[in-house]
Design a protein around this ligand. Structure first.
Ligand SMILES: Cc1cc2nc3c(=O)[nH]c(=O)nc-3n(C[C@H](O)[C@H](O)[C@H](O)COP(=O)(O)OP(=O)(O)OC[C@H]3O[C@@H](n4cnc5c(N)ncnc54)[C@H](O)[C@@H]3O)c2cc1C
Length: 408
């Protein structure tokens, strides 16, 4: 097969790149090679099936990698307004819940369908069940070798994603490996937006409890790496919930994750509040000391951590014990022992080093005519629609630039 623009991977960024290339150069032949039986499989499961398509606050502070500012040119060329207009035009207008954008249908599958239909309408050719196994230079262009065919292309857009979500949703990392072998520098991939495994002595007893907390990740020396607020979920392996997923990309084994279970209180006012409780509840035993104040089971675990016997009378609590309880409520510390792995993660940290690409076209500096978009690059966004916005903006920019490149 021959084509002008060959796109490896029909995910969010690849479908957008195809639409952008064909819109910029209607005469150009644009081919998507997709490994799975259909395109956009991952899009269809995003946002718990609702597809958190974008975020009103998307700016550089929500992105991570060696060089997050790399996103700026693409975001200037394809803005939030452009995103809204684009999805309106293809039939899935965006509505907002707070800052988070969703298709009005609240159905992720409708986003996949709309992108797929637009590709068909524009004459993009899609070949599914074509797993790309190798890429070679061929004259001014590229030879793409799949498990079933060979494709000659003037320009190549690599949108094969990374390992998050597991192979059934997309990438096995093979294309990343091929590009690494072609000399493109990389940053070691690791899972992000993922559950955290911790010491389980206490969290296992709290399984299923959800509590609002201020979550902070600190390194071994106590330096704060990242924090976030929201509902934490205790699990038998550790912790999950929105703020945990948000900080997970910065967690390494041996780091300490602390939960401020009483963010409304300073430690001294919390102490005063507990002294008042002691006075009011003096006829009860300590197993009831914190019930009504925080989740009962969590309160009992906090007392155990402070070495307070649950059978002790509240009246007999001394100031040191109350101070210890305060400290644990404000600084419930757990050692990080791992994470849920790529299969349970929503995004991959690391990827192709952005410095090897031009930020205004996303073309590789070492290999002219080869572009990379979406998650395969060393850019990962926070939870909340930021990763898909990167896929849309980067896909749009590279699609247009690749189409222009083939007109030389
Ligand atoms: C469960 C889950 C929920 C998520 N929810 C959200 C959300 O609500 N909002 C948000 O912003 N982000 C969300 N994300 C992240 C977001 O989905 C990704 O960042 C985004 O889809 C990346 O787009 P991409 O096109 O770069 O890669 P992908 O969407 O992974 O697409 C890559 C495509 O390339 C194909 N491919 C891979 N290797 C080959 C090969 N060798 N040959 C041919 N084809 C190949 C894959 O099959 C796939 O179709 C979620 C992720 C997961 C896993």
């Amino acid at each position: 097969m021959n084509c002008d623009v060959c796109i490896i991977g029909g995910g969010a960024a690849g479908l957008m790149a195809a639409i952008s290339a064909k819109t910029a150069s209607p005469e150009a032949s644009v081919l998507i090679l997709e490994k799975l039986p259909r395109v956009g499989k991952k899009i269809s499961v995003t946002g718990n099936g609702r597809c958190n398509i974008t975020n009103k606050r998307a700016d550089v502070s929500n992105y991570h990698g060696k060089n997050p500012s790399f996103i700026l040119s693409a975001f200037k060329q394809f803005t939030l307004d452009d995103t809204e207009r684009f999805f309106e035009q293809i039939g899935t207008p965006i509505i907002y819940e707070g800052d988070k954008g969703y298709p009005a249908s609240l159905q992720a599958a409708s986003v996949t369908d709309a992108l797929r239909f637009r590709c068909d309408e524009l004459g993009v050719v899609t070949e599914c069940e074509q797993k790309v196994c190798d890429i070679k230079k061929q004259g001014d262009g590229y030879l793409v070798i799949t498990d079933k065919c060979r494709v000659s292309a003037k320009a190549l857009i690599c949108s094969a994603g990374m390992l998050s979500g597991g192979e059934k949703l997309g990438s096995d990392g093979a294309v990343f490996g091929i590009l690494k072998n072609m000399g493109i520098k990389t940053v070691t991939p690791s899972p992000a937006i993922v559950q955290i495994k911790t010491d389980t002595e206490y969290v296992r007893q709290l399984k299923g409890i959800k509590v609002d907390a201020f979550v902070t990740v600190k390194d071994k020396n106590g330096n704060v790496k990242r924090n976030d607020f929201g509902e934490v979920l205790f699990c038998d392996y550790g912790i999950s919930g929105p703020p945990v997923l948000q900080v997970s990309g910065d967690c390494e084994n041996g780091d300490i994750i602390t939960l401020d279970l009483m963010p409304r209180y300073e430690e001294n006012t919390l102490f005063e509040a507990l002294l008042l409780r002691k006075k009011n509840l003096k006829n009860r035993t300590c197993d009831e000391f914190l019930s009504g104040f925080i989740n009962k089971r969590l309160g009992q675990v906090v007392l155990k951590m402070a070495n307070v016997p649950l059978t002790k009378s509240v009246d007999a609590l001394n100031n040191k014990e109350i101070k210890d309880v305060c400290r644990i409520l404000k600084d419930f510390s757990l050692f990080v022992r791992g994470n849920g792995g790529f299969i349970n993660s929503q995004v991959t940290k690391g990827g192709l080093l952005c410095d090897d690409f031009y930020d205004d076209t996303l073309m590789c500096k070492k290999h002219k005519g080869l572009f990379a978009v979406g998650e395969i690059l060393d850019i990962d966004g926070d939870c909340g629609g930021f990763n898909l916005q990167w896929a849309w903006s980067s896909g749009f920019v590279a699609g247009r630039a690749a189409a222009k490149y083939t007109e030389r």
